[in-house]
Design a protein around this ligand. Structure first.
Ligand SMILES: Cc1cc2nc3c(=O)[nH]c(=O)nc-3n(C[C@H](O)[C@H](O)[C@H](O)COP(=O)(O)OP(=O)(O)OC[C@H]3O[C@@H](n4cnc5c(N)ncnc54)[C@H](O)[C@@H]3O)c2cc1C
Length: 436
């Protein structure tokens, strides 16, 4: 009887708490009880001495990998080790843009798969990640960019990915607050629209994946920093942490801007630089910006949050850093681009700005693979775009760990592509991190 009861419980219920399945009915019932009956969303376990897989980093990529390892591959003795708190890294600091408007082989189908996972993510996780397919409009400012924009639309369509080219007049109709005069600092000649793209609520993504992974039996351990590795000969067989040694035959790094630090501890160098990227939010206003707007040439993007604030960002601060806060010159640079494109911005006050540590590869594409060190796997090099890749990257990395072979969608994302000259350079700008 006890045994069957135990088997009947999900691993996430081992501490005696009932893991609630969220539904409209539950919200209604809880409202009648003054919301006093909600249980914890996930457990707070102490680390076990050993697991089948250890994932370092409790950002989106670490949590998604743990979730898909348990759900898709049945590997449930998994620990996610986070040195701070869930979503304290780039996951909670990004501008939440989700899209799949890529044109290079190796990128197109990977990001499209990720977008398809986003489309069903709230249902899959039983958690509303507030994915809003409000569209992503890339502005084109020169005749060269018009050609490149048309080429992108064709490449996307050939890959079965929805996209459309907008004329100058169509852009004006969609976003009448943009400065459309031909003597503007950045004249707007057309645009590329992906209507299925949009935004999601980043905190909800952290909490949704954490709760769903916990339900599958994954241990999510916060305040647990990985300091070094445990070796057996040339193989990594565990990690040394601030909460003691933990062993596992497979150890994975998903630490974004800190990837280089862990790789160094594992004895190899990554083709990655850590840079600072800032973002900004204005005071809330009534609905105005009804899609994501980006300037391909200027590396600038803006959208409106559900609370009404305009969320905007631009390019890297331009120097290597592990500090999670920005500098004033970039504030001026980005806001001046914003004001030139959208003059009414000048009437708004900036409420907050913040920074995250970006893991910039030299071709702008990520790394999802087994590393040169036996027993050590990695998701890294996400540059400006790792949030949109969260479900797709977790899906592919989980496959790589479980099957010990690359997933076909991420097969090109190896570390040795730089040695082989097989880079996937979407922007075509070469090894200049700020341009990816
Ligand atoms: C300002 C800004 C705007 C962005 N905008 C977008 C956007 O609009 N769209 C988009 O797709 N992407 C965007 N990105 C990029 C995106 O946020 C990242 O690529 C992505 O979040 C990285 O993956 P992650 O969530 O796993 O990283 P993180 O959330 O950074 O997770 C890594 C975790 O590892 C932990 N960690 C590090 N070292 C250790 C250790 N030794 N031991 C234990 N834990 C450790 C960290 O504390 C951190 O929580 C943006 C990034 C920034 C900073």
């Amino acid at each position: 009887m006890v045994c069957s009861l135990q088997l009947g419980l999900e691993a996430g219920q081992r501490d005696g708490r009932t893991m609630t399945k969220y539904s409209g009915f539950k919200v209604f019932a809880q409202a009648l009880r003054n919301n006093r009956g909600w249980g914890r969303a996930w457990r707070d376990p102490d680390p076990q001495p050993a697991y089948d897989v250890i994932i370092i980093g409790g950002g989106g990529h670490g949590l998604a990998t743990a979730y898909y390892l348990a759900k898709e591959h049945g590997i449930k003795r998994v620990a996610v080790l986070e040195k701070g708190w869930l979503g304290g890294g780039n996951l909670g600091r990004n501008t939440t843009i989700v899209r799949s408007n890529y044109m290079e082989n190796g990128n197109t189908q990977f990001y499209e798969h990720s977008l398809k996972l986003w489309e069903n993510l709230s249902q899959d996780l039983n958690y509303n990640v507030m994915f809003s397919q409000r569209g992503y409009l890339g502005l084109l400012h020169s005749y060269g960019q018009l050609d490149a924009g048309r080429q992108r639309v064709h490449a996307m369509k050939l890959n079965g990915i929805e996209a459309s080219f907008l004329t100058r007049e169509q852009v004006q109709e969609k976003a009448p607050y943009l400065d459309m005069s031909m003597n503007a600092r950045y004249p707007i000649l057309g645009g590329v629209l992906q209507q299925r793209a949009g935004t999601a609520r980043h905190d909800a993504v952290a909490w949704g994946f954490a709760r769903a992974a916990d339900r599958q039996g994954v241990d999510i351990i916060q305040q647990c920093e990985v300091l070094g590795f445990i070796w057996k000969g040339l193989k990594i067989v565990g990690v040394e942490t601030t909460r003691g040694d933990i062993r596992a035959p497979k150890v994975t790094s998903a630490v974004a801007g800190n990837s280089g630090v862990l790789a160094e501890k594992a004895g190899f160098q990554l083709p990655i630089e850590s840079h600072l990227l800032q973002a900004f939010v204005t005071e809330p206003i009534k609905p105005l910006v009804n899609c994501v707007i980006a300037s391909f040439g200027m590396l600038y993007y803006i959208s409106q949050s559900d609370k009404g604030g305009l969320v905007l960002g631009g390019s890297l601060d331009g120097y290597n850093s592990y500090a999670q806060r920005g500098n004033l010159p970039k504030v001026e640079h980005i806001l001046s681009i914003g004001k030139a494109l959208m003059p009414c911005l000048s009437r708004l006050r900036i409420l907050r700005h913040w920074g995250g540590i970006m893991d910039m590869t030299m071709d702008g594409s990520p790394i999802i693979c087994k590393t040169p060190v036996d027993g050590f796997y990695m998701s890294a090099g996400w540059c400006y775009g790792g949030f949109k890749a969260t479900p797709g990257a977790g899906w592919c990395l989980a496959h790589t760990i479980a099957k010990d072979e690359p997933h076909p969608l991420s097969a090109g994302y190896t570390i040795d592509r730089f040695r082989r000259g097989a880079t996937i350079n979407e922007s075509g700008t070469g090894p200049v991190p700020g341009h990816h």
